[in-house]
Design a protein around this ligand. Structure first.
Ligand code: XUL
Ligand code: CO
Length: 435
């Protein structure tokens, strides 16, 4: 029985199409830089926003009209699974992602909660036998339940640490069962409010202990997914330990975990940290740590995580530029951690929103490919850093120079000539490729 009545399979119809339920740019089989578009982008639906969220905000209840409403508990969970697979198939999206608590309700004990989870995971597994749709990543929600008031792996209460460990243990088993290609840690409440009552050193040490236990357990059960950490600077914690890419990489290196983890970079988290999306992707890439992305966008006029569907073509092009330079995302992908606006309450809006995001990323990929093929920004960098390719610059980068040789070189040279950075010209050139 169809849940999304009146909507068929979304097709690629090309740029000239006026059909709002068709792709204008996302053409999964089209080859870009030698790879199928679908393989470059590896799109995923975020279960929480699309099948659980109903448009509530701190000032009002949900507004969404969803075909699966009217049931609750495990019945509701099952109806969501049915709807979700119909949605994936109709949209032609290859992946989905979830938190454990998105897919099944909690029971009175962890044992009961795990039983509920088993029912839904079994159901998903059955669907996945006949569907081509795969699980890009799963994660554990260790921030909604009041027990996580002081954090999970960084809680001041050791019993909460134990509970979180048991929860991630089960989540890794779930990942193994459903073949998730990655496992994500987003530390919703792994942070602090005030140093007056926080032992930061103990909390960071515990977080590292926790992640090591996760890696060890994955190895023990043969779970092969890539571990990812998703940085975010704030919200819900005032100060989250995984503030941004650079902070997270430093943490992983400090504790010797950097060989087992990569980063899942989210656009809106980047801007909350005072960075651009491409900055966070770039920092991850040049450190060999770019694993996956949460595709969305924030609102520059608002100071919180608005999780809008990504439609900003300029930002997405620069993001795809980093991803192509990274030779793709490996086992990662482009997860739409995005929600339709509260006023977009029709079930059909879920399709429009994903189509908008997928078309924007397809355009971004094509524009990034042209920039790379024509070496537009490579040339900018070559020209700007030309002085390091010969003479004294080459001596610096090849390690031959020291303070004494540099002083001898420069001391009688007189004033140095600099060249213009020509940023306005470069931005104008970039527009030619984007629009
Ligand atoms: C929260 C957020 C999460 C993670 C998964 O801002 O992005 O949904 O992606 O826990
Ligand atoms: Co996210």
């Amino acid at each position: 029985m169809s849940v999304f009545q009146g909507i068929g399979k979304i097709q690629y119809e090309g740029k000239q199409s006026k059909n709002p339920l068709a792709f204008k740019h996302y053409n999964p089989d089209e080859i870009v830089l030698g790879r199928r578009m679908e393989d470059y982008l590896r799109f995923a639906v975020a279960y929480w926003h699309t099948f659980v969220g109903e448009g509530s905000d701190p000032f009002g209840v949900g507004t969404a009209i969803r075909p699966w409403q009217g049931s609750n508990g495990l019945d509701l969970a099952k109806r969501r699974v049915e709807a979700s697979f119909e949605f994936y198939e109709k949209l032609g999206i290859p992946y989905f992602c979830f938190h454990d608590r998105d897919i099944a309700p909690e029971g009175d004990t962890l044992r009961e909660t795990n039983k509920n989870l088993d029912v839904i995971v079994g159901m998903m597994k059955d669907y996945m036998k006949t569907s081509k749709v795969k699980l890009l990543w799963n994660t554990a929600n260790m921030f909604t339940n009041p027990r996580f008031v002081h954090g999970a792996a960084t809680s001041s209460n050791a019993e909460v640490f134990a509970y979180a460990a048991a929860q991630v243990k089960k989540a890794l088993e779930t990942g193994l069962e459903l073949g998730s290609e990655n496992y994500v840690f987003w530390g919703g409440r792994e942070g602090y409010e005030s140093l007056l009552n926080t032992d930061m050193k103990l909390e960071l040490d515990n977080l590292a202990r926790f992640l090591r236990m996760a890696v060890d357990y994955a190895d023990e059960i043969g779970y092969k997914g890539q571990f990812l950490i998703e940085p975010k600077p704030k919200e819900p914690s005032k100060h989250q330990y995984d503030f941004d890419a650079a902070t997270t990489i430093a943490f992983l290196k400090t504790y010797g975990l950097d060989d087992r983890f990569k980063l899942n970079i989210e656009a809106n988290h980047a801007t909350l940290a005072g960075h651009t999306f491409e900055h966070e992707l770039h920092v991850s890439r040049i450190n060999g740590m770019l694993g996956s992305i949460d595709a969305n966008q924030g609102d520059t006029l608002l100071g919180w995580d608005t999780d809008e569907f990504p439609t900003d073509l300029a930002s997405v092009t620069l993001a795809m530029y980093e991803i192509v330079k990274n030779d793709g995302l490996g086992s990662g992908g482009v997860n739409f951690d995005a929600k339709v606006r509260r006023q977009s309450f029709d079930a059909e809006d879920l399709f429009y929103a994903h189509i908008a995001g997928m078309d924007t990323f397809a355009r971004g990929l094509k524009a990034a490919a042209r920039l790379i093929e024509e070496r537009v920004l490579d040339q900018v960098l070559e020209e700007r850093y030309e002085s390091f390719r010969s003479g004294i610059g080459l001596e610096i980068v090849s390690g031959k120079a020291d303070f004494k040789s540099l002083e001898a070189y420069i001391i009688d040279k007189g004033e140095i000539q600099n060249k213009s950075g020509r940023l306005e010209q470069i931005r104008s050139l970039l527009n030619e490729y984007i629009f």
